[in-house]
Design a protein around this ligand. Structure first.
Ligand SMILES: NC(=O)C1=CN([C@@H]2O[C@H](COP(=O)(O)OP(=O)(O)OC[C@H]3O[C@@H](n4cnc5c(N)ncnc54)[C@H](O)[C@@H]3O)[C@@H](O)[C@H]2O)[C@@H](O)CC1
Ligand SMILES: [K+]
Length: 583
């Protein structure tokens, strides 16, 4: 079982906070103090010399965190300037504002104030967190444009911007940034650092998140212990959502979320025989179309499949005579040939698509899907699938679809359209919080914290995650929606997120063929489809991280052994098992 860092939607986070407070074991004020302390601590860790800080405090609890940051930086001898809003915040934020007022003043949070005065060494963005409900307008939009924008000389207005929970105006569920109306600039100046609380949210990992957040630190604010003591949390737990790239620090700075299976470096069965490690069959296209499938096949071998066979039509077979010698060749002209090949039950993973041709893919898929072998569908196979509802209906739970956005839009046009628009309203759902007294307290807290009892998995904007989950449930197969951010979803709602925002050079011809081959090889080795797809995604990006710019897809397969060695090493030193309760 692959282990990643648990990711929570904002609704889940709010529900956990509220339930923890309803249990009487923690107060909102304590959580806010810890949140502010985490941010101030991270600032001092990076910039140990006390300097000038400007703290921008919004109207809600995110602003409350900001007042705590101001107080703690002041205590550490920073010269702190606070700009705040003239509203009546909730009781906790109000109390934190009062405590700050005993120390220093609050200038109005206006564009003019932001521009005036001496430039600060650090700017703290505590304007909006999870409570953003509509696109900012007027003065607040101007402020955000300045905070996240650049001057005429191209320099950032707010050098060293530290975001509290998230960059303000940003949706933590979808990674979308609805904040700025057209013409008001863009988020072109990212935060240096974002300190999120308790767990990463989907938006930190997908969409614009990785670009806007800068370094992401996930700070424990004491809810983890409560969750460990109350593993059921609130009512029924949703399908698990995990991040599969270890970017997060927590508590004492340990990294969590090293996503490994202990089987990664080992073989898939106790048998020393090559058939014990699986046999991947990679279907190739006609003459002059075989390169993509060769990349896939070579990769399947490198990732540890015991055997890999490339299967072009007869007239293209001679083209595959070269390296690697370890690769087997077999002509498969059509569905009949494939059915015959699949009589050999040792062929346990299939890969369709790269360079295969749309008609040939359709013909071969129709023959293969009823055999219910673990199957990767990529490129032309996805186009064939989008043309034929019967093929779509024949998909099964051992299939992995690997579309990019264009292919996804052909397969699931309605879901792709929804991604462009707002999310439909979340459905209300009863939350079982124990006895009536506790439930009453819980409801009061919900109201106090402006929370709704909304379905656990719902967030405010329809995201790539929502779309991939819905697609997987609809087609009954694993859907890997790839891009700089990749979402991998299983039919039961479990999902994994990975950001390859840091390796833009991975967007190169043939990289997708390599990914398909990795997943096919891992399936051959006996990994479950969700794990094979997740590990394939991670290893794929890790190979590119190790190589750097200048990468071409042909380089990738030979980089796999070093990545496998590195992952094994990090597994042995990982603290993941102690840092997170795993379900
Ligand atoms: N709930 C808790 O127990 C904790 C919350 N924490 C902080 O609280 C934050 C969430 O607090 P809130 O729910 O109060 O939300 P926010 O502080 O994000 O903002 C909510 C406020 O902004 C207003 N608002 C929303 N959209 C607006 C717009 N477009 N223009 C102008 N005003 C707008 C709302 O009317 C509301 O007053 C988290 O992000 C985190 O920073 C932390 O203190 C940890 C504990
Ligand atoms: K913020």
């Amino acid at each position: 079982m692959l282990e990643g860092t648990e990711v929570l939607t904002t609704a889940q986070m709010r529900a956990i906070e509220s339930a923890a407070m309803a249990s009487g074991q923690v107060t909102g004020l304590e959580l806010m103090e810890r949140a502010g302390r985490a941010v101030a601590g991270q600032i001092r860790l990076r910039w140990p010399k006390a300097g000038r800080a400007t703290v921008l405090c919004g109207p809600g609890n995110n602003g409350g965190d900001g007042y705590v940051v101001a107080r703690l930086l002041h205590r550490a001898e920073w010269r702190v300037r606070v700009l705040g809003m003239d509203n009546t915040p909730g009781p906790d934020a109000g109390e934190m504002r009062r405590r700050w007022r005993e120390i220093g003043g609050i200038a109005p949070l206006t564009e003019q104030e932001l521009q005036s005065g001496t430039e600060s060494d650090v700017y703290v963005d505590a304007i909006f967190g999870t409570g953003l409900t509509r696109p900012p307008e007027g003065e607040i939009a101007n402020i955000l444009a300045r905070v996240f924008g650049r001057g005429g000389d191209g320099a950032y207005y707010c050098r060293r911007l530290v975001a509290v929970d998230c960059p303000s105006g940003f949706c933590m569920d979808s990674g979308k940034a609805p904040a700025l109306p057209p013409g008001r600039g863009t988020f072109d100046s990212p935060a240096r650092l974002t300190v999120a609380f308790d767990s990463p949210k989907p938006g930190h990992l997908i969409g614009l998140g990785p670009a806007l957040c800068g370094e992401l630190v996930v700070a424990d604010i004491g809810l983890r212990q409560w969750r460990e003591r109350h593993p059921g949390g609130l009512g029924q737990r949703p399908a698990r959502l995990e991040a599969i790239w270890p970017r997060f620090d927590i508590r004492d700075g340990r990294r969590i979320g090293v996503p490994l299976s202990d089987r990664l470096g080992k073989h898939s069965s106790a048998s020393p025989h090559k058939y014990g490690h699986g046999h991947a069959l990679i279907l190739a296209g006609g003459p002059a179309k075989g390169g993509a499938a060769r990349l896939s096949a070579r990769t399947a071998l490198r990732i540890g499949a015991g055997l890999a066979t490339i299967a072009p039509p007869q007239d293209a077979l001679p083209e595959h005579a070269g390296q690697p010698d370890a690769l087997m060749r077999r002509a498969i002209d059509g569905g009949g040939d494939l059915r015959e090949a699949l009589a050999d039950s040792r062929i346990n993973a299939l890969c369709f698509g790269p360079g295969c041709g749309i008609d040939r893919s359709a013909d071969l898929l129709a023959a293969a899907l009823p055999a219910r072998r673990a199957t990767v569908l990529d490129a032309d196979a996805l186009t064939a699938l989008s043309h034929d509802p019967a093929l779509m209906a024949a998909l099964h739970r051992d299939c992995v679809l690997t579309p990019h956005m264009g292919e996804f839009a052909r397969l699931f046009p309605d879901l792709a359209r929804q991604m462009e628009g707002p999310k439909p309203p979340a459905r209300l759902r009863h939350v079982d919080a124990g006895d009536p007294g506790r439930l009453a307290q819980f409801s009061a807290d919900m109201a106090r914290y402006n929370c709704e009892m909304i379905e656990w998995t719902q967030g405010p904007a329809y995201s790539k995650l929502d779309a991939a989950r819905e697609a997987a449930a609809r087609c009954g197969a694993v859907v890997l929606l790839k891009g700089p951010d990749t979402v991998i979803a299983a039919p039961d709602g479990s999902a994994r997120l990975h950001s390859a925002f840091d390796v833009p050079w991975l967007a190169t011809a043939g990289a997708g063929d390599v990914l398909a081959g990795m997943i096919a090889g891992l399936l051959a080795r006996g990994f479950q489809p969700l794990d094979a797809a997740s590990l394939g995604t991670l290893i794929h990006a890790q190979t590119a991280r190790g190589f750097g710019p200048g990468l071409i897809a042909d380089d990738l397969p030979d980089l796999i052994p070093a990545v496998l060695r590195g992952l094994q090493k990090s597994q042995s030193s990982s603290s993941v098992a102690t840092a997170l309760p795993m379900t």
